[in-house]
Design a protein around this ligand. Structure first.
Ligand SMILES: [Mg+2]
Length: 301
């Protein structure tokens, strides 16, 4: 295989994951609208089009930077986040301000390090956008984890946010394995082995121990489902849900959405991880209902 055809294969995988992420984000965000709550209970689709949110917008930058640089270039990534930042896409207040200041010439290193009294953000923003990077590195989960770590620092410097991104990228890389998707236990064991000690790692171990639970609401009550919008109350449940339904996008989506919490983000993570694998693509009808990706995302052709 030539270098060119291999990077094209990587881009195709990353784009497939990005589409899965966008569908999860766009459909998930529909269920913040109270009139749609009964639909969620009945697993019925709201009328389209479904608009995606900040999760997808940032993931588009991750894919664009990988396509251009074949790795994470932090300056290019921060610049892309800032240039494409659309205030109406549901960003958190800290990231809204950060990206505005970067766009005005500020240094992302200082700005991201200074958030939350110098602790950095431990929000789930670095994790929500990163599954396509894992898909890009599906042949090399260690590199996926390493590049995800680098990508996180551009906005989220707290250890939990960084490890959350590493975990999601590792999961997407393992789900997109050329040998086919792993068993649920193998997926979570693989992710746990790739991430450093942390609350996210602790949560992933608990998620591993709860794989045989049939009731997602119970698992979400223990692990969290993004109600606090931290990486550690978001990533373990999302990867529990993804691990149990690799290859079945619809089941994974409804299981994830029905417990509530930060639904666009948990569903974006789950959708991006599932669609990293060939069998995990979203239903074609769901893709049709989802707002098209922006035209600045490279398509490889
Ligand atoms: Mg969002």
């Amino acid at each position: 295989m030539t270098a060119d055809s291999s990077s094209l294969g990587r881009l195709e995988r990353a784009l497939a994951s990005l589409r899965g992420l966008a569908v999860g984000d766009a459909l998930g965000s529909q269920f913040f609208v109270p009139v749609h709550y009964p639909l969620l209970k009945r697993r019925e689709l709201p009328a389209g089009p479904w608009q995606w949110t900040d999760d997808t917008e940032m993931a588009c930058s991750v894919v664009a930077v990988l396509a251009a640089h074949h790795r994470v270039d932090q300056d290019a990534l921060a610049r892309s986040f800032a240039e494409h930042h659309d205030f109406d896409r549901g960003y958190g207040p800290a990231v809204n301000r950060l990206l505005r200041l970067v766009r005005e010439g500020g240094d992302w290193r200082e700005l991201a390090a200074g958030l939350f009294n110098g602790q950095g953000s431990w929000g789930n923003g670095a994790a929500m956008r990163i599954a396509p990077l894992g898909a890009w590195y599906a042949d090399d989960p260690e590199q996926a984890t390493h590049q995800a770590e680098i990508s996180a620092y551009t906005t989220h410097q707290h250890r939990e946010a960084v490890v959350g991104a590493m975990a999601v990228a590792a999961a997407a890389a393992l789900a997109g394995s050329p040998d086919g998707p792993p068993a649920p236990e193998a997926l979570l064991d693989g992710v746990v082995a790739l991430v450093p000690k942390s609350a996210v790692g602790q949560g992933l171990r608990r998620a591993r121990d709860m794989l045989d639970y049939g009731d997602a609401a119970t698992v979400a009550a223990v692990l969290g489902c993004g109600r606090r919008t931290t990486a550690h109350d978001t990533v373990p449940f999302a990867l529990w849900s993804a691990a149990r339904a690799l290859g079945d996008y619809e089941t994974a989506f409804w299981t994830t959405a029905q417990v509530g919490g930060d639904v666009d983000t948990t569903c974006a993570i789950v959708g991006g991880v599932l669609a990293a694998g060939k069998a995990g693509a979203p239903p074609a009808e769901w893709v049709r209902h989802t707002e098209a990706l922006p035209d600045w995302v490279p398509t490889g052709v």
